[in-house]
Ligand binder design. Sequence first.
Ligand code: C2E
Ligand code: MG
Ligand code: MG
Length: 282
Amino acid sequence: EEIRTGRRHVGTYKPPMRAVAERQSGISRALLQALEQEDCLPHFQPQFNIKTGQIVGIEALARWYHPHLGWIAPAEVIPIAEQNGLIIPLERKIIETACAQVQLLPGDVDLAVNLSVPHMLHGDVAPMIEDCLNSTGLSAERLKVEVAAGRLLNTFDRVHGCLEDLRALGVTLSLDNFGTPASALSGILQYKWDEVKIDTSLTKILRDGDAGHGLIAMALTMVKTLESTALIEGIETIEQRDMLTALGCELGQGYLFGGPMAIDDLNALFFSDQPNLARMLM
Ligand code: C2E
Ligand code: MG
Ligand code: MG
């Protein structure tokens, strides 16, 4: 704005690169405090059996409300936290809180959490997860650990041991974002994932007719070949749900069923609204 008021003010103009760098260092500085003050906590997105409308799991997704900047998307926070090392306390906080909150829900839905590759490379992930399970009482079979395919491309050999340690705890391992360019067929797919999450980018092209159908069908065949379970991400329309059910998909999540929500809304869903929600989807 100031740049328009005259040449004398041009000096106050910040090049975008510098503005970006300043925002990043501001976020980096504020993150530690946010973790201590519990301003960075999980929200929860239900995962469904898309045929019956039954909730089978809940994915915990990091959410941070900054007093001045407002909501900061995980897509912005996570890479910064990976650089400054705060990914380790951040994910511990998200996972521990999510375990405690899901343990209090009725029924025995699974909890899915996201784990960053740099955290696996530099932290003590398996003992941390074991601690979270012990301190909250959530049983290992109910915890699903998602690792994003894109980050595994160059690191798979180095995180393999960590995956095995997690598996030894009895948790379920899920390959997140399958279908993005960086997840192209590679050694990653040879690993015995319990679940493979088909990325939103593939769900989106279902709109466009036969080609989309073919690609999802192919992805499903691959997942089946791996003796793994498919979960479809990003289901937004009833048409997509119907096409996916026709293709034999059982598990999914997306705005059609419900987006990520704060713990109070999740509790409301489980303690009062769930029958309505299931009926609504039929
Ligand atoms: P993700 O694990 O693939 O999570 C799914 C993302 O898709 C979430 O974005 C969710 O809000 C969004 N989503 C849900 N339903 C729909 C839909 O119907 N359509 C579309 N287009 N999107 C949908 P969100 O919460 O912004 O998270 C983005 C990514 O940030 C996550 O992708 C995950 O990779 C990462 N993330 C979030 N929390 C953590 C964390 O604690 N640790 C790590 N390492 N990554 C995290
Ligand atoms: Mg995920
Ligand atoms: Mg995903």
